[in-house]
Design a binder for this molecule. Structure first.
Ligand code: HEM
Length: 530
């Protein structure tokens, strides 16, 4: 005791001096780097609580409750500038929608940033570790697992998709009465993506189908909703407790495990087949088989946990990505087209110009207006509306500050860099004069928004399924155009209202009346007969 009290004073002084010295050294190093790169300071968000940023947190929560968080962020960028600093749950944050900076984060300076610190803990109970939540070697391994499948299936399996589409038609009213397309489109893509992922569809479109699939789906959506809340809570995710959330996770995992077991059996039998083939005569070609993502992954690993994680994984899981993003985007496109009958007619005229031959991939690719409708839909309503990264080291955002907005911004290690893709798609000069208008025509000619447009992400972590998704969306719209003369808006609320979960969608769905081509003819026939 005496010894401690004897040394206590000098020890504290030495320790304090050490910290002071390191602090001064770090500040000097930062100043040197700032000077070397001619960095400028971004403006600060006017916090009332500059330590924890609790005012910003509360403001976000209140606007989220009023379904106005996306507009709130857009207005903040308009007010404080395209790049400004803030405090997010006690951590320094840089909020930016500067296109060149976002481009640098996702390409040349990719390794300086990561997603894991924000995503892993919040998503772990449900999604485990996988391509969506991890960085570095783990992410590279996960991405490598799914890459071969996406490169082979860039070409969507349209005949298989058509089978599901036929079942989808059966669920739609034939008499033009009001229907909300949102949940039905979701079912269409659940069947499509489970076919692609597991090799067998859960057949949720089938009205006679067992309630097991519905039970899984409800559990999946509940767990997904809880995961969305945990992501919003950020560092405070551990405070989130909901018994039903954990029960839902158990149901969803049990469902996934069934398919994982099958995939592992497939791997074993396929490896035996492969060994047998070594002894077979040359020229014995393997029969054509459909690509099943889980089987492709099972050929790379036999680790059940690894496989389940890849199945369960958020946007990256093929499951969530496959069924949600495309379904939401088609719903949003119809949402707008039902409010713009002239544009629906233009889309139909383009599809009619192809004649009666079946819709092949090449024919789909020639449909420029449909392609522009898709681009415009994800411009207005990006499914991934927010993007967040953390700096793993001291680094630089190349532009964004200074009088000409070309001066770099210094980013200290541990800073969160937050971006609103929703705001990015509204703020840039290229969107003027009508960034909020639904105008597929803006994509005609040589319009190139470059990094002002990132609905599928950008750079190294960009969506690997972009072509697949675009083809499936184009096919669905083209087939609807063949079938429906008119799509009437039946929403009571005219505006699009946000719903923020892991993905961003229309809170009020897409309520429409679908007027079939034939039924219009028969109405006219009846009219003239009378
Ligand atoms: C309209 C449809 C879609 C949109 C708008 C979309 C958008 C995105 C975005 C923005 C990202 C990047 C997220 C980030 O930066 O962290 C992403 C990643 C990803 N998407 Fe998509 N996606 C769509 C459809 C799909 C589909 C259908 C699949 C699979 C069948 C898929 C699989 C993935 C995967 C695996 C990743 C993770 C990439 C990585 O982190 O390395 N997406 N998607």
């Amino acid at each position: 005791m005496g010894l401690l009290s004897g040394f206590g004073g000098p020890f504290v002084v030495v320790l304090a001096s050490y910290f002071l010295f390191s602090f001064v050294q770090t500040r000097r190093a930062i100043q040197r780097q700032k000077k070397q790169h001619a960095c400028q300071e971004p403006p600060n968000y006017p916090h009332r609580d500059p330590i924890f940023g609790s005012d910003l947190f509360r403001d976000n929560a209140e606007n989220s409750k009023k379904f106005g968080l996306l507009d709130t962020w857009t207005n903040r960028y308009k007010k404080y500038g395209e790049t400004f600093t803030a405090i997010f749950q006690g951590t320094q944050a840089i909020c930016t929608v500067d296109p060149k900076s976002l481009q640098a984060i996702t390409t040349i300076n990719f390794k300086d940033y990561g997603v894991q610190p924000m995503r892993r803990a919040a998503t772990l109970p449900f999604l485990g570790e996988g391509v969506f939540t991890m960085d570095g070697a783990f992410w590279e391994h996960s991405r490598a697992l799914i890459r071969p499948t996406f490169s082979k299936t860039n070409i969507a399996n349209l005949p298989a998709f058509e089978i599901n589409l036929q079942k989808f038609w059966d669920l739609l009213p034939k008499d033009g009465s009001t229907v909300d397309l949102k949940p039905l489109l979701c079912k269409l893509f659940i069947d499509t993506s489970t076919q692609f992922l597991f090799g067998e569809s859960v057949n949720i479109l089938d009205v006679k189908e067992p309630q097991r699939s519905q039970e899984f789906l409800d559990a999946f959506h509940y767990a997904q909703q809880g995961t969305g809340k945990r992501l919003q809570l950020g560092k405070l995710a551990f405070l989130y407790y909901d018994k039903k959330y954990y029960e839902s996770i158990k149901v969803a995992h049990a469902f996934a495990d069934y398919y994982v077991d099958k995939a592992i059996k497939y791997r074993k039998s396929h490896l035996v087949e492969k060994d047998a083939k070594v002894d077979s005569l040359p020229g014995d070609d393997a029969p054509e088989r459909n690509i099943v993502l889980l089987h492709e992954m099972a050929m790379e690993t036999d680790n059940p946990k690894d496989l389940r994680n890849q199945i369960m994984h958020g946007r990256s899981t093929v499951f969530l990505a496959g069924h949600e993003s495309s379904a939401i985007t088609i719903g949003n496109a119809i949402f707008q087209l039902s409010r713009h009958p002239g544009k629906w007619e233009k889309l139909r005229a383009e599809v009619r110009s192809l004649g009666s031959a079946p819709l092949t991939l090449d024919r789909l690719k020639s449909l420029k207006y449909i392609s522009n409708v898709i681009k415009e839909t994800v411009h207005l309503y990006p499914v991934a509306s927010m993007s967040t990264r953390m700096a793993y080291k001291d680094t630089i955002l190349p532009t964004g500050r200074g009088p000409t907005k070309t001066s770099p911004v210094f980013v200290r290690k541990g800073t969160i860099v937050m971006s609103s893709v929703f705001a990015l798609h509204r703020i840039g000069e290229c969107w003027k004069p009508d960034p909020e208008a639904f105008r597929p025509e803006r994509w005609e000619g040589d319009f190139q928004p470059g990094p002002n447009y990132m609905p599928f992400g950008w750079g190294i972590r960009t969506c690997p399924a972009r072509s697949l998704a675009e083809m499936e969306i184009a096919y669905t719209l083209a087939r609807m155009a063949e079938k429906y003369e008119r799509i009437e808006c039946r929403d009571e609320v005219v505006e699009w209202v946000e719903e923020l979960r892991v993905s961003t969608s229309s809170r009020n769905g897409t309520k429409v009346g679908l007027i079939e081509v034939q039924s219009l003819r028969s109405i006219l026939r009846r009219y003239f007969e009378e």
